[in-house]
Design a protein around this ligand. Structure first.
Ligand code: CDP
Length: 245
C-alpha cells in the first residue's frame, strides 16, 4: 500500500477486519533449529521471526569476558526478502539500534550471574515482516532462552500498540500494529514486560500520544500480554509433551 488510505479503521474494524484490541493469528513453536541450544519461531499474522540461542559458551573476543556474569548479546537481522522492497543485507543503523534495545530487555530477565565468564548469544532473524518485528522477536527470543534451559526470573512478553484514524478523522488506539498502521498510523509503540511482574522492559514510541492515550494503549497491551503469555507457556509445554500423549 503506497498511498495514504482514507481511514485505518471504520465502524470499529481495522483494514484487516480486526477489532481495535484484537491480535493477529499467533503461532509459536520451540525447538525449530536443531543445532542451537534453544530456539523458537513466532509469527503474528504475516510477521514471522526465528530466534536461536547459543550458550552459555566461551566468550569471543576474549576481552569482552565478564568475570562475574555472562555476557548476553542479541543480534536482530531482517532477511533481504522479508520485506516488500528488498532490504540491503547486513545490519544497518536500524538493526544495530534494535539489537541494542532487545539485548537490554533480555539482560534484565536472565540470571546472568549464574554463568560467569561465558557468552549467551541470541540470533533473531526476521523471515517475513509485516510490522512489529522487534516485539515478535522478543517473544521468540524469550522462548528460545527458556528452550535452552537458561534460568530467567520471568519470560518476556511483548506486543505493539498504536493510534489510527477513522473515516471522520477520529482517533483510536489499537493493539498489534500491522504494516499499513505502522506506515500511516499516528503513533506506534513497542512494549515488552515481564508477564508475571509487569516490569516494563521496552517502551519505544514513534509519533505522538497524549498521556491518556498512552495509558489506554498500555491497558489494551496488558490484556494482550496475558493472551500472548498463555501461548508462550503452551509452546514451551508442547515440545515436552510431544510423543507422551
Ligand atoms: O518492525 P518494527 O515495527 O519493530 O520496526 P520498524 O522500524 O518500525 O519497522 C516497521 C516495519 O517496516 C517493519 O516491520 C517492516 O515491515 C517494514 N520495513 C521495511 O519494509 N523495510 C525496512 N528496511 C525496514 C522496515
Amino acid at each position: 500500500m503506497n498511498e495514504k488510505p482514507e481511514y485505518l479503521i471504520k465502524n470499529g474494524k481495522r483494514l484487516d477486519g480486526r477489532k481495535p484490541e484484537e491480535l493477529r493469528e499467533i503461532k509459536m513453536r520451540t525447538g525449530v533449529v536443531s543445532n542451537a541450544d534453544g530456539s523458537a519461531m513466532v509469527s503474528f499474522g504475516k510477521t514471522k521471526v526465528i530466534a536461536a540461542v547459543y550458550g552459555p559458551r566461551e566468550v569471543h573476543p576474549r576481552h569482552l569476558l565478564l568475570p562475574d556474569r555472562a555476557l548476553l548479546r542479541a543480534w536482530y537481522d531482517m532477511f533481504s526478502f522479508s520485506v516488500e522492497d528488498r532490504k540491503r543485507p547486513g545490519p544497518g543503523r536500524r538493526e544495530i539500534e534494535i539489537s541494542k534495545v532487545l539485548t537490554e530487555a533480555l539482560r534484565s530477565v536472565v540470571f546472568l550471574e549464574k554463568f560467569p565468564r561465558t557468552a549467551i548469544d541470541i540470533f533473531i532473524a526476521v523471515v517475513q515482516a509485516d510490522a512489529s518485528t522487534r516485539v515478535t522477536g522478543l517473544n521468540a527470543a524469550a522462548l528460545a532462552l527458556a528452550d535452552a534451559g537458561i534460568p530467567m526470573k520471568d519470560l518476556v512478553t511483548a506486543v505493539s500498540f498504536g493510534k489510527v484514524y477513522d473515516e471522520k478523522g477520529k482517533e483510536h488506539m489499537v493493539v498489534d500494529v500491522f504494516k499499513p498502521e505502522d506506515n500511516w498510523g499516528l503513533a506506534d509503540v513497542a512494549y515488552a514486560v515481564t508477564p508475571n511482574f509487569g516490569e516494563i522492559l521496552l517502551l519505544q514510541m514513534d509519533g505522538n500520544l497524549t498521556r491518556e492515550e498512552l495509558f489506554t494503549g498500555k491497558r489494551m497491551a496488558d490484556e494482550a500480554v496475558r493472551k500472548i503469555y498463555r501461548q508462550q507457556v503452551k509452546a514451551l509445554k508442547d515440545k515436552y509433551l510431544e510423543g507422551l500423549e
